[in-house]
Design a protein around this ligand. Structure first.
Ligand code: SAM
Ligand code: SF4
Length: 476
């Protein structure tokens, strides 16, 4: 089938439309939307997204939902009748950013300003007090109510809220607007049933609920039909998946089923919780080339004492045992992680344990964060806070050590040829960019044009800590 690498609107009801190609959307989803001039009377929307891939994908679904209701995408916030912020409150800075954005609309009367996502759920009615020009507040667990909320506003309602967290259903949309032309996301599990002491997610996204495997597979087949060949399965704890349908597929069975959808060449999944990470996951990656050679396995700390305080449900040794399964696989599976430094009471020795863990695991990438106390979390009431200057120092030490580790690991790949799915280009540098199965960033030159969405063989010629540099091996 002819591949279409235009931005796709995928109608889950069956009809599939592609729309004009747009630039990569980044946080501004609407940039990748249809550029048709607005017909008189047709309302338009603009969504700005903050935070993780889950939020990015939620925005794609909300955009699909609005398109299905007859809205069109505005080219910029000033032109939109409905301006939505899909927010993140995982760290304080992210939440503050949202309020500074909302401040730009102070006193706005013409358009509807709405706050979605984690800040909406966390702050609720407070948002109306801090920014009285906001008229819509809706947390992610209530997105299925969005059409009714928008109807209410259109019918003259002054303010509407959707903040119900006692949900059992997942957010199913009739239409999803995909703004990544190369990789398509599929949510398989929403919410979280863990209770990590630092984390707002269980309170902002609600309890864990999995989607039926049939719905996931139907979505994967439709994506393949529109030309997508790489799928990323999403969930806060993606490997805690439990099929609610009578088929009762396990996570591993679901991985195998998605990987066998015709036309799908790559399947990724994120984020895995170490507690639900079993040896079978490594085995299925080993035996299924379509499953990518990459596992994101957040550890948070290398100190068992801190892990206990964080309520992570595993010890350093248990985590390392899971990493040893990955290391003993036949395929060279890359491992990345998340780490928090400066958790209350983290001693110099605890921190040292985290630094030594970096060496012991040999991570291919680390997202490292300074601990940020969050409202209504149990860790927020711990009294032994670490000074900000010390947290920053520890972050610097950790990042420098990891930089050295990544450089050494990447240098080992010089001379190898990797299959790269091209997802962009740096015009000024004359380079293409893409990712191999391991999810590293590969920048490369090629004598060929129009490579976006192609799988190409790239020979690695140089390595940096954060990316590889190579040349297109043009025989393909
Ligand atoms: N569910 C994933 C897991 O269990 O690892 C993590 C999801 S969370 C959205 C992404 C990352 O943000 C976490 O892994 C953690 O490192 C970081 N994070 C969460 N709460 C934080 C806080 N209060 N301060 C700093 N970083 C935090
Ligand atoms: Fe937050 Fe822990 Fe749930 Fe991850 S597992 S989303 S860190 S509570």
């Amino acid at each position: 089938m002819q591949k279409t690498f235009d931005v796709a609107i995928e109608a889950l009801a069956g009809a599939v439309a592609t729309v004009e190609p747009g630039p990569p959307a980044g946080n501004h989803l609407a940039e990748a939307l249809p550029r048709s001039p607005g017909a008189r009377g047709v309302k338009s929307f603009y969504i700005e997204t903050f935070g993780c891939q889950m939020n990015v994908h939620d925005s794609e679904k909300v955009a699909g939902l609005l398109l299905a209701r007859g809205y069109r995408a505005a080219l910029n916030p000033a032109d939109a009748d409905l301006m939505l912020y899909n927010t993140c409150s995982i760290r304080e800075k992210a939440a503050q950013k949202v309020f500074s954005r909302l401040g730009e609309w102070r006193g706005e009367k013409r358009k509807i300003i709405g706050v979605l996502g984690c800040v909406a759920q966390q702050e609720g009615e407070e948002i109306f007090e801090r920014a009285p020009w906001v008229r819509l507040v809706c947390g992610s667990a209530s997105y299925r109510k969005l059409p009714a909320l928008v109807d209410e506003l259109e019918a003259g309602g002054r303010r509407v809220m959707g903040l119900d967290l006692r949900v059992e259903e997942t957010f199913e949309t009739e239409m999803t607007l995909r703004d990544n032309p190369v990789r398509a996301y599929i949510t398989i599990i929403e919410g979280c049933d863990y209770s990590c002491s630092y984390c707002v997610v269980p309170r902002t996204r609600g309890p864990e609920r999995s989607r039926a495997s049939e719905a996931i597979l139907l979505e994967a087949r439709r994506l393949a039909d529109t030309g997508y060949s790489e799928i990323q399965l999403l969930g806060q704890t993606v490997n805690s998946y439990r099929d609610p349908s009578s088929r009762k597929l396990t996570f591993v069975e679901l991985l195998r089923a998605v990987a066998s959808v015709e036309g799908i060449r790559r399947v990724r999944f994120t984020t895995s919780h170490p507690n639900d990470f079993h040896r079978e996951i490594v085995d299925v990656i080993d035996s299924t080339p379509t499953l990518c050679e990459h596992i994101h396995l957040p550890v948070q700390s290398g100190s068992t004492r801190v892990l206990r305080e964080m309520r992570r449900t595993y010890t350093r040794e248990e985590y390392l045992e899971k990493v040893s399964w990955i290391r003993s696989a036949r395929r060279a599976i890359s491992v990345t992680t998340d780490i928090i430094v400066g958790f209350p009471g983290e001693t110099e020795q605890d921190f040292e344990d985290t630094v030594t863990l970096l060496d012991q695991v040999g991570y291919d990438g680390v997202f490292s964060f300074i601990y940020s106390p969050r409202p209504n979390t149990t860790a927020a009431s711990l009294t032994c806070a670490i000074a900000e200057s010390e947290k920053s120092r520890r972050l610097g030490v950790l990042q420098e050590r990891q930089r050295q580790i990544q450089l050494a690991r990447n240098e080992r790949l010089i001379g190898e040829t990797l299959e790269v799915l091209v997802d962009g280009c740096h015009r000024t540098r004359g380079q293409w960019t893409g990712r191999p199965s391991s999810n590293r960033i590969v920048n490369f030159t090629s004598p060929r044009e129009n490579l976006l969405g192609e799988y190409v063989q790239v020979q690695v010629t140089r390595a940096g800590p954060h990316s590889l540099i190579g040349e297109h091996a043009v025989s393909d």
